[in-house]
Design a protein around this ligand. Structure first.
Ligand SMILES: Nc1ncnc2c1ncn2[C@@H]1O[C@H](COP(=O)(O)OP(=O)(O)O)[C@@H](O)[C@H]1O
Ligand SMILES: Cc1ncc(COP(=O)(O)OP(=O)(O)O)c(N)n1
Length: 264
């Protein structure tokens, strides 16, 4: 039997299983790909927030990446929590030497407001990581921190997209999950524009939305889809996962990465 497409996530571990590496691997499996991981940090995390995190040394990140890429090979890479300027720069350098599309989710703060990226790393994200991205997927808080553009409308999203593209990613997907009304995201490469619109699900169990969307895009790219097709398929997947999100613990539960299996 032939191997499924191979996708690598470079991200932090979420002990609660809703976001980070755990969300990424579940998403990659659900979309028919073989997920692999480079752990950048370990968080103690649950439905109530992030109780602590421990960053791995840059050498450990580099060694994991080389182990996977040099033997198994990858058809797409996704990045998530990178914690520090040193890890951001290490990962950017590794991606630059890899012949595969890269989805960069510039994770800054968790849904509960816990910081997952040092403020001192923002400049490295702008000047080292965004330039090697095939698709960057900032949410509205991340866009504001990276570019200073505050988004409250679809038109603001266009201005924010232009500001992110100026750092060099091929495509940017501005995620409008934090706005009111329909869940509207804007995808552009500076010449084409795609507005992705889905009904907003009134479900508080949305832990892991951003990780899930970025991993789904990477999985679809690994299958050989072009960026607009991959993003549209990923949006459909995350929308279903949000609709099926379930309560766990005493706070915000996870989106359901396995919603398509449970439909049958
Ligand atoms: N309540 C919701 N209903 C439907 N889609 C949503 C909802 N919340 C977020 N989304 C979608 O989930 C994806 C992730 O967006 P967002 O939650 O903004 O990311 P992040 O987790 O990085 O903050 C986007 O496609 C966004 O439009
Ligand atoms: C380890 C880890 N990585 C990333 C996040 C943020 O994930 P996201 O998908 O943006 O989900 P929320 O935190 O917004 O629910 C995380 N929490 N942990």
């Amino acid at each position: 039997m032939s191997a499924p497409p191979r996708v690598l996530t470079v991200a932090g571990s979420d002990s609660g299983g809703g976001a980070g590496i755990q969300a990424d691997l579940k998403t990659m499996l659900a979309l028919g790909t073989h997920g692999m991981s480079v752990v950048t940090a370990v968080t103690a995390q649950n439905s109530l927030g992030v109780q602590g995190f421990w960053e791995l040394p840059a050498d450990a990140v580099r060694a994991q990446y080389r182990s996977v890429v040099d033997d198994i090979g990858v058809q797409a890479v996704k990045t998530g929590m990178l914690a520090s300027a040193e890890l951001v720069e290490t990962v950017a350098e590794l991606i630059m030497g890899t012949d595969a599309p890269a989805v960069v989710d510039p994770v800054g703060v968790s849904k509960h407001g816990d910081s997952l990226l040092a403020a001192s790393a923002l400049d490295s994200v702008r000047t080292k990581l965004l330039p090697v991205a095939t698709v960057a997927t900032p949410n509205l808080d991340e866009v504001a921190r990276l570019t200073g553009v505050e988004v409250t409308s679809e038109d603001d999203m266009r201005r924010a997209a232009a500001a992110v593209l100026a750092y060099g990613p091929k495509w940017v997907l501005i995620k409008g999950g934090h706005l009111q009304g329909d869940a509207v995201d804007l995808l552009t490469d500076g010449s084409e524009e795609h507005v992705l619109r889905a009904p907003r699900h009134d479900n508080r169990h949305t832990h892991g939305t951003g990780c899930t969307l970025a991993s789904a895009i990477a999985a679809q790219l690994a299958k050989g889809q072009d960026v607009p097709t991959a993003v549209a398929a990923a949006k459909e997947y995350v929308t279903g996962a949000i609709a099926a999100g379930f309560a766990l613990g005493g706070g915000i539960g996870p989106v359901d990465h396995g919603w398509r299996f449970r439909e049958q």
